[in-house]
Write a protein that binds this ligand. Structure first.
Ligand code: PLP
Length: 386
């Protein structure tokens, strides 16, 4: 379906609500019935009928249709966070005694789910270098039920060959799941490569305004119904109708925002790549990236995340660089209008905690909607501190 149709019209039945252009926020917890028969019918399928907002709400349903269409899947669920989207998609497909193969250093709470929470219920795991399909193949056991991908992977953006991974999963009767937050549904549609479930942190590009935390799960009608009836309803993973309306509003400008962030990030990546104070940049669609060819094959764009390694003599010079930066806010998350940074040094030398998996001289930047010149000016003055 045409992307403009999806973002502007799909799911919106304006004649049902006074031809209002913006959809109403149906802020109700429950829905009333006229007859016992009506109520029975509704209870037969809470995913499509209106019973209770923990299950189905008309405002959230508009958003679900748009997200399924954006990811080229039959259906989608919207939940309270990206972390709950990841958890529900994984938990729905494992039982005690099963095994998960997952890319190494996934998003931090995905790591906790697989390495800490699920082992309490008898589910084991192997983390693998997702760049190497043989390493994934060798990790598969008879009891493996889930292959969890994140492409690009967190922090240094390693990429998995989605087509090869989905083939391998199908051959072994394994459910393939990918966290597709980084590329957004605009730049990568994993279901086109045969991946079964696509999850997002909608907190990032999908909402895009740093004012909602939410998550998305996209897949076949059958898989989505299964997750709805088990994890979504029992764990109560809903989002509020009000947050759904904010995300619908955010989606109206998804292509404008994501393209702007992506093209500005490429300019900044070029600038940083040639800079004498930079040891290395990580940006999948920059020719210097190790897996540039694969990135070009499966991604139409990259988005605004760039990780840099500073040529820093010591930790004090990294701190001087960070202190000098004014136009990238130091904060977690990304995907909003505002540029951000997370210096890895934050996660080093904290008593009682392991160091970050990446070196202290590395900084993850997120390029928002500001102009390249404005951001480069800031980086230039901070790099001169090194
Ligand atoms: C932020 C993020 C998440 C978690 O999403 P929340 O909405 O914060 O729960 C998961 N995966 C990736 C890649 C993320 O960047």
């Amino acid at each position: 379906m045409n992307i403009d149709d999806i973002l502007t019209h799909l799911g919106e039945e304006r004649s049902k609500y006074f031809n209002a252009v913006a959809p109403p926020i149906i802020q109700t917890s429950n829905f009333a019935f006229d007859t016992v028969e009506d109520m029975r019918v509704a209870f037969s399928n809470e995913l499509i009928h209106h019973v209770y907002t923990r299950g189905n709400n008309p405002t959230v349903a508009i958003l679900r249709q748009k997200l399924a269409a954006l990811e080229h899947t039959e259906d989608a669920l919207v939940v309270g966070s990206g972390a709950s989207a990841v958890s529900a998609a994984v938990i729905a497909n494992v039982s005690a005694g099963d095994h998960i193969v997952c890319v190494q250093k996934p998003y931090s709470w995905t790591y906790k789910l697989i390495s800490k929470l699920l082992p309490r219920f008898g589910v084991s795991y192997t983390f693998v270098d997702g760049r190497d399909i043989n390493e994934i193949r060798n990790a598969i056991r008879p009891e493996t039920k889930v292959l969890f991908l994140e492409s690009p992977n967190s922090l240094t953006f390693e990429i998995q060959d989605l087509e090869a991974c989905s083939k391998l999963a199908k051959l072994n009767n394994i459910v393939s799941i990918i966290d597709n937050s980084h590329a957004s549904p605009l730049f990568q549609n994993p279901s086109d490569f045969g991946i079964d479930l696509v999850v997002h942190s909608a907190t990032k590009y999908i909402n895009g305004h740093s004012d909602v935390v939410a998550g998305v799960i996209c897949g076949s009608k059958e898989m989505i119904k299964k997750i709805f009836e088990s994890e979504l309803m029992t764990l109560g993973l809903l989002i509020s109708p009000h947050d759904a309306a904010l995300i619908i509003r955010g989606l109206r400008t998804l292509p404008l925002r994501v393209h702007q962030s992506d093209s500005t990030a490429l300019k900044i990546a070029e600038y940083l790549h040639q800079h004498t104070k930079i040891a290395k940049i990580y940006f999948p669609l920059h020719p210097s990236f190790d897996q540039y060819e694969l990135a070009k094959k499966q991604m139409k764009g990259c988005g605004g995340l760039i990780t840099i390694q500073l040529k820093a003599r010591d930790k004090e010079s990294v701190l001087r660089f960070v202190r000098k930066i004014k136009r990238f806010l130091m904060a977690v998350s990304w995907g909003g209008y505002e540029s951000l940074m997370i210096p890895s040094i934050v996660f080093h030398d904290i008593q009682g905690l392991p160091d970050s998996p990446i070196h202290w001289s590395m900084v993850r930047l997120y390029v928002g909607l500001e102009s390249a010149d404005y951001l480069i000016e800031d980086l230039e003055s901070a790099l001169s501190e090194l």
